[in-house]
Design a protein around this ligand. Structure first.
Ligand SMILES: NC(=O)C1=CN([C@@H]2O[C@H](COP(=O)(O)OP(=O)(O)OC[C@H]3O[C@@H](n4cnc5c(N)ncnc54)[C@H](OP(=O)(O)O)[C@@H]3O)[C@@H](O)[C@H]2O)C=CC1
Ligand SMILES: O=C1OC[C@@H](O)[C@H](O)[C@H]1O
Length: 396
């Protein structure tokens, strides 16, 4: 058998999610039956200090990777010039994604960029236009789409197992009182960092609506049948005016190619209440966080919707069996290696985008979030909404 192809990652930032991502991609891929690729980390950059990158390497990379060596950088500008980096993972706050991703693309580096991709759709379009012109792979890191549970649920819908999907509800609410949990400069509530529910958590509620009502259509139908935001409302964090609760009502023209009716989605997100206060107390009291309701039955999903672990398919016909499946992750894994595998494979194949998170769909979801903000009255500071590059942002 041919040796696995090595994909050399460069980490842009050393915060929470980059640590999780790095640990996951350094797990042995053969334990998840991936034998054709191997991820290595050849550079780590921190915008705060060289020592932060060095610390990251000694704590996260060096204990598992002896070769190739990993170079620490004290700036993102140095990282994007490193010839030993094939692809860059961006794990900075949403406010900075546009500037950071442009920096990587301008230096001819392919990119996997954390969600939410950008602050607005205009920025997303400009990034994809740049990637297209330069022939570079670019993907929004919506890890949930790449989980086996998500793929299985999409397959049930495409196989017509619950009939035409008529309604989807999805909730991503963390049950954290913002005044107690987040200082005003924390990325969750700080508007300079595009804080608030919508971009950080609501993007998952929209992910479930889109992956069950839109992604399941053929690419040509997806182009024609654009969903519409029919309603949106927000409440705001009293100190910073970031959104702390957002409710979105969407109308999708069709859910299957032969769809008879329009479909509805209700996507909700909040800080102060929880999507399932009983989580961990046992299946008899827990509640589903996503419901995909079709004419012939319903799919219910349990767990935080960014990382769900169980689904149940309940057919309307009581003579048919209920499917109830729990998914586990390999030991020590959080689950980010699936998106990394998809990105690495697509890049090695010379593709510019990922089939499970296309540029068109990422832009459409950003357009939906723009419209939600317009309807509910939320604006971010001008410097993080701009499509100008380069712009020096506050802080870094
Ligand atoms: N997929 C998932 O499950 C998750 C995704 N995320 C996404 O990842 C991104 C980062 O989140 P998270 O890792 O939790 O955030 P952290 O605050 O933990 O880390 C962000 C890092 O970005 C860098 N950075 C660059 N500029 C700034 C700035 N002005 N202010 C603060 N940090 C800056 C810093 O690294 P350095 O100093 O080294 O440059 C910092 O450590 C967000 O887009 C978020 O949506 C977050 C959590 C889970
Ligand atoms: O993507 C995410 O998933 C987990 C949340 O806790 C985090 O805030 C968010 O960025």
């Amino acid at each position: 058998m041919a040796a696995p192809k090595q994909v050399r990652w460069g980490m842009m930032a050393t915060g929470g999610i980059v640590r999780t991502f790095a640990k996951d991609i350094l797990l042995d891929p053969s334990t998840r039956n991936v034998v054709d690729i191997k991820h290595v980390i050849t550079a780590v950059a921190s915008s705060s200090s060289l020592s932060s990158a060095q610390k990251f390497i000694s704590e996260v990379v060096a204990p598992v990777q002896s070769t190739p060596s990993c170079t620490p950088y004290g700036s993102y500008e140095d990282l994007v010039k490193d010839p030993n980096v094939d692809i860059i993972y961006i794990g900075t706050p949403h406010s900075h994604h546009f500037q950071n991703a442009m920096l990587a693309l301008q230096h001819n580096k392919p990119v996997l960029c954390e969600k939410a991709l950008t602050v607005n759709a205009a920025q997303a379009k400009k990034l994809y236009q740049t990637a297209k012109e330069k022939g570079l792979f670019f993907m929004e890191a919506v890890w949930t789409r790449y989980f086996p549970i998500s793929k299985t649920i999409r397959k049930h819908i495409m196989d017509n197992d619950i009939g035409e999907v008529v309604r989807v509800s999805s909730d991503m609410s963390i049950g954290a009182v913002p005044e107690d949990s987040f200082a005003v400069d924390h990325r969750m509530v700080n508007l300079d960092l595009a804080g608030g529910c919508l971009l950080d958590l609501g993007v998952y509620s929209l992910t479930w609506a889109f992956q069950t009502l839109y992604h399941t259509l053929s690419p040509s139908l997806r182009e024609q049948d654009r969903p519409k935001v029919v309603g949106a409302t927000m409440t705001f964090e009293p100190r910073t005016h970031a959104d702390e609760s957002t409710i979105i009502l969407l109308e999708f023209p069709k859910s299957t190619p032969s769809g008879k009716t329009k479909a509805h989605a209700v996507a909700t997100t909040a800080m102060r209440v929880s999507d399932d206060p009983a989580r961990g107390r046992g299946p008899e009291v827990e509640v589903p966080t996503v419901r995909v309701q079709g004419e012939k039955g319903e799919i219910q999903v349990w767990g935080p919707i960014y990382r769900p672990t169980r689904y149940r398919l309940v057919p309307k016909d009581k003579g048919q069996e209920v499917i109830d499946k729990t998914f586990t992750f390999e030991a020590g894994a959080h689950g980010m290696m699936y998106e990394a595998d998809a990105a690495a494979k697509a890049w090695l194949e010379g593709k510019l985008e990922s089939e499970s998170m296309t540029w068109q769909e990422s832009i459409l979801i950003m357009e939906v979030m723009d419209e939600v903000r317009r309807k509910a009255g939320l604006k971010y500071p001008d410097d993080i909404e701009t499509t100008e590059y380069p712009v020096k942002l506050k802080g870094r």
